[in-house]
Design a binder for this molecule. Structure first.
Ligand code: ATP
Ligand code: MG
Ligand code: MG
Ligand code: MG
Length: 470
């Protein structure tokens, strides 16, 4: 089943059960500085859950563009390693604003999977929050799931929060068993390992609380439902392919990278550069289409980090010249039907990517030479100092995650605390130099948060972790 058909079936199924079809909101959340990017379908409904906003409908269904590359939900360093993570993905979701609760949420999800998509219930597993006896009973009663297929899990997996603050609640998740051929070991199983055999596809969140900045949970005005199913994951399962990257959503990009590089994709660890590039070019195209620009702070810096990560992986495929922009037409081909916004500024998007890549390439080779020399001097299991990682960041524009990736390929660690310290002392030096300069000039003191980088270091910036908690 093609992904476009899955999107449509999802929208139609929930619409036929009284859900209002609501378009995806932007990746950059409107007026929500607590969040870097929209990381789930519920983000645009946050105020509705909190009771601050009332809509004309009590049930909604969406296909939401999501980004998980910073803040609480950050999958950047997972991308390329697992079969199931991207930074950019689409989330199918149904929502109840104080209308139906656990029983119907379970009923709808089960009916959609087993009747509309015709997934064999023998391949499905579910989890519930460890103390949620109600959900445990409902899965048996409403869906006929046998108790040995229901696993109780703790807060890490089964208590969902959008960010450090905001709506949250216990959740119950549905997993598909992709078959014994994907088993990681004899002990492979749900809750036993982290492998991709039994894969999470759908999260049903029983929205019950609001978490305030002091960590206190207050009940929401009315218990609500928020669900999210990754389109790429359900597509991979229904298309019977190895990973999200082999679906009709991402495989065309992998094929284009094969054509441009003259190399053949391998679905094992060797294929990582292909997967990273395929994901990252989608993410960058969507962010640029929404008006985010490459910069040295917050969202623009995350986008810059994503591009630089893609460029370094491109180097492993021997790309010597800017190449990322050549993939934009493929993204538009695959995604432009569902998201026409990426077609509008197409030429500008390509131009901006090409310029940014060209700019980074000015220091990439010199930086890689320095980094490789430093890594050559270390044995697997040893650690690159934070100071050295900071020099790469400061002088060659290497975001820390790029250095981490390169070191990890050789099983070398990086002292991240040391890196943060080096950054902090550099900032302190800059601050004292600046205040001295201001005293001399008798200028008013600038607010520290206004300071985002040094004029002469046009390539680098304050890492976003220091700016946002999302
Ligand atoms: P995982 O444990 O696999 O990282 P998650 O528990 O973090 O997933 P949720 O926050 O529950 O994911 O999001 C709801 C659904 O969105 C998931 O069940 C999955 O189908 C999809 N999803 C989450 N993160 C990603 C991602 N990085 N790439 C693709 N799909 C994702
Ligand atoms: Mg996750
Ligand atoms: Mg999970
Ligand atoms: Mg989950």
């Amino acid at each position: 089943m093609r992904s476009a058909e899955i999107r449509q079936k999802f929208l139609d199924f929930f619409a036929s059960h009284g859900h209002h079809k609501v378009p995806s909101s932007p990746l950059v959340p409107a007026q929500d500085p607590s969040l870097l990017f929209t990381n789930a379908g519920m983000v645009q409904f946050k105020d509705v859950f909190l009771g601050k906003e009332v809509r004309s409908y009590k049930r909604a269904v969406t296909v939401q563009k999501c980004m998980r590359a910073g803040g609480k939900h950050n999958d950047l360093d997972q991308v390329g390693k697992t079969a199931r993570h991207q930074t950019f993905f689409e989330m199918l979701g149904n929502f109840s604003f104080g209308d139906y609760f656990k029983r119907d949420a379970i009923h709808y999800a089960w009916t959609f999977l087993t009747e509309v998509l015709q997934i064999d219930s023998q391949n499905l597993w579910v989890t519930v929050f460890e103390t949620d006896d109600e959900a445990y009973a409902l899965w048996q009663e409403v869906a006929g799931v046998s108790p040995d297929r229901i696993v109780r899990m703790g807060e890490k997996d089964n208590f969902w929060s959008m960010g450090d603050t905001g709506p949250c609640g216990p959740c119950s998740e549905i997993f598909v068993d992709r078959g014994a051929e994907y088993a990681c070991s004899d002990h492979c199983g749900l809750g036993q390992c982290e492998c991709d055999r039994i894969q999470e596809i759908w999260n049903l969140v029983f929205m019950q609380y609001n978490r305030s900045s002091d960590g206190v949970l207050t009940p929401l005005p009315r218990p609500s439902i928020d669900t999210g199913m990754g389109l790429e994951r359900i597509s991979a399962y229904l298309q019977g392919v190895n990973s999200n990257f082999d679906t009709d959503l991402l495989r065309p990009l992998i094929s284009a990278i094969e054509a441009l590089s003259g190399k053949v994709y391998d679905s094992g660890p060797e294929g990582m550069p292909f997967r990273v590039i395929a994901d990252h070019i989608r993410a960058i195209t969507f962010l640029l289409a929404e008006g985010v620009s490459f910069s040295n702070s917050d969202r623009g810096y995350v986008m810059r980090r994503i591009l630089r990560r893609a460029v370094r992986f491109g180097r492993l495929l021997n790309f010597q010249e800017p190449f990322l922009h050549k993939l934009v037409p493929v993204v538009e081909d695959v995604m432009g039907g569902a998201y026409p916004e990426i077609l509008e500024g197409a030429a500008l998007i390509q131009q901006s990517i090409e310029e940014e890549e060209r700019r980074f390439r000015l220091t990439l080779e010199a930086g890689m030479k320095v980094l490789n020399e430093k890594l050559d001097a270390l044995e697997p299991g040893e650690t690159l100092s934070g100071e050295e990682a900071f020099v790469l960041y400061d002088t060659y524009g290497f975001p820390l995650d790029l250095t981490l990736d390169a070191a990890e390929e050789r099983h070398i660690a990086v002292d991240q605390e040391g890196f943060d310290q080096a950054m902090a002392s550099q900032r302190a030096r800059a601050r004292s130099a600046r205040s001295h300069h201001q005293e001399v000039q008798n200028l008013p003191q600038l607010d520290a948060t206004e300071f985002v980088g040094y004029e002469h270091l046009t390539l680098e910036a304050v890492p976003v972790e220091h700016l946002y908690i999302g």
